[in-house]
Design a protein around this ligand. Sequence first.
Ligand SMILES: C[C@H](O)[C@H](O)[C@H]1CNC2=NC(N)=NC(=O)C2=N1
Length: 122
Amino acid sequence: MSDLSREQCVKPQKGMPPLSGNEVDNLLPLAEGWLVIDSEEVPKLQKTFRFKRYKDALDFVVAVGWAADEQDHHPKITIEYGKVTVEWWTHVINGLHRNDFIMAAKTDEIYRSREDTKPRIS
Ligand SMILES: C[C@H](O)[C@H](O)[C@H]1CNC2=NC(N)=NC(=O)C2=N1
């Protein structure tokens, strides 16, 4: 488990620079399976999680949503049959902040704790 999952998000200040390419490269190894994607010219962390049943995916979405609201840091979540795609970025700075890596780690923790909801190959 990455220690990042134990960290708390801070309030990002408008106008502060997003993480540099170097800072992202240093944090990415702690975020296993997360990709940096460019969507609408904003870099985002993205990962897809697999589930056996739709209701398992739905429970996961709700748990991630609660964790997000607790930290006042909110993702884009797309739910489909058998899979959920989560994207983290920081709206106020149009890019990535340490908060996104913290939330990616918390998302992994939530997924890890849901043992019998996963297909054999996830
Ligand atoms: C007022 C409130 O703190 C902010 O607007 C928060 C809410 N959740 C947020 N979530 C994300 N991902 N990025 C933000 O910049 C952000 N801002």
